[in-house]
Design a binder for this molecule. Structure first.
Ligand SMILES: [Mg+2]
Length: 385
């Protein structure tokens, strides 16, 4: 079997662009994949153009070998764009292999370790409703684990556009909101917060102190994560469980966070870490340290499906992210998607990823230039979204 073409698609959905690829073979079997940097997708597109030159003609079943070549062949190894492009191709190759052998990808990864894959859900960001009201609704719909994004209490602050983000305003407001959630839903619902890299070490420690009685499942990325030393400093200031790693591009970025006990949950993203091939290595590293995986999935149907297959097969899985926007992905573009049942996905039974992408429909979804929101402090200084 040989790779005959790699097609790339940038489709605009819900104000964002998804970067999708299709790897075609001379056996008529194709695979679909996705790269996950969320924005700056033309850079992934350009990287795939370079990779296409040496992939055409290769046997798509040599997945590990191709993954190594994609990651290392530029000489300037790694980085988010190489890893995201590598992820897209790797996911498509596993999809091809599953279809060729007529088995779901989780079977190729070692077989099922569980009967279903359980998810958590986000409170709808920027809805204007209190966290407690949102949580009550979600618990009423059967959700048992709910995560929130921090806000500031300023009605002008929006998660999806340029806004003023002042850390201490957010700490006061978000801590108060999550305490109200705990009072409303009781002790048996799992709660989490994703601070999206928006605090410094002292601010993060102060936030942890303020909510210590809430008993979070985890606090996700309270600080930026280039520096394991910064997390080590924060770790000394708080016993809070941290979930880290959604933007990490490869096994080597994860290594210090796992080996030094800085991450308590591993937030790998199959579309950013290097596909299934890198994800299962990260999962194995985490397993050796008794850490569980909480995959990051807001990139759409392909990322979600790939994550379900991974979570079905690895043993050290905690819970999977289910973004509240997911149900609205258009079915003309993704005619076959995995079906959530309650708060869980049954194991997919169709060959490969068990989903499909209809390239005939892309003209209905033109990409628009999209940038992540650029947030400012009240004094005009840039700060993280
Ligand atoms: Mg996150």
């Amino acid at each position: 079997m040989k790779i005959t073409d790699i097609k790339t698609f940038i489709v605009g959905i819900q104000g964002k662009n998804l970067f999708v690829i299709k790897v075609e073979t001379d056996k008529g079997v194709y695979g679909i994949g996705q790269g996950g940097t969320t924005a700056r997708e033309s850079s992934m597109n350009g990287m795939i153009e370079h990779m296409r030159d040496f992939l055409i003609g290769k046997d798509p079943r040599r997945i590990e070998d191709i993954n190594q070549e994609l990651y290392r062949s530029q000489y300037y190894e790694g980085g988010t764009i190489i890893a995201a492009a590598t992820s897209a191709i790797d996911i498509a190759l596993w999809d091809i292999l599953g279809k060729y052998l007529n088995v779901p990808v989780w079977q190729l990864l070692g077989g099922a370790t569980r009967r279903h894959v359980t998810c958590f859900i986000d409170g709808p960001a920027g809805s204007g409703r209190s966290f407690a009201d949102q949580a009550e609704d979600l618990v009423g719909k059967g959700w048992k684990t709910i995560r929130f994004l921090p806000e500031t209490g300023d009605p002008e602050f929006k998660q999806d556009r340029d806004s003023i983000f002042e850390p201490w305003e957010s700490i006061y407001w978000t801590a108060d909101q999550i305490k109200q959630v705990r009072q409303r839903v009781g002790p048996d619902i799992q709660l989490a917060i994703d601070y999206h890299h928006r605090l410094n070490v002292a601010e993060a420690a102060a936030f942890c102190q303020r909510i210590q009685d809430v008993n979070l499942l985890f606090l996700e990325e309270p600080i930026r994560s280039e520096s394991p030393d910064a997390y080590a400093a924060l770790r000394k200031m708080s016993p809070m469980p941290f979930a880290i790693g959604e933007e990490f591009s490869g096994i080597y970025v994860f290594a210090p966070f796992i080996e030094q006990g800085l991450a308590n949950y591993v937030r790998l993203d199959v579309c950013n870490v290097g596909g299934f091939t890198a994800a299962r290595k990260v999962a194995a590293m985490a397993e050796a340290h008794y850490l569980d995986i909480v995959p990051h999935t807001p990139q759409g149907s392909i990322c979600l499906a790939a994550s379900v297959h991974l979570c079905a097969a690895i043993h050290n899985f905690a819970i999977l992210e289910y973004n509240y926007l997911m149900p609205h992905l258009p079915v003309d573009l993704f005619p076959k998607q995995l079906d959530l049942q309650g708060d869980r996905f049954p194991l997919p039974q169709d060959p490969g990823l068990g989903i499909d992408f209809n390239e005939e429909a892309i003209s209905e979804y033109p990409p628009a230039r999209w940038e992540p929101p650029h947030c400012l402090r009240r004094d005009g200084a840039f700060t993280n979204w």
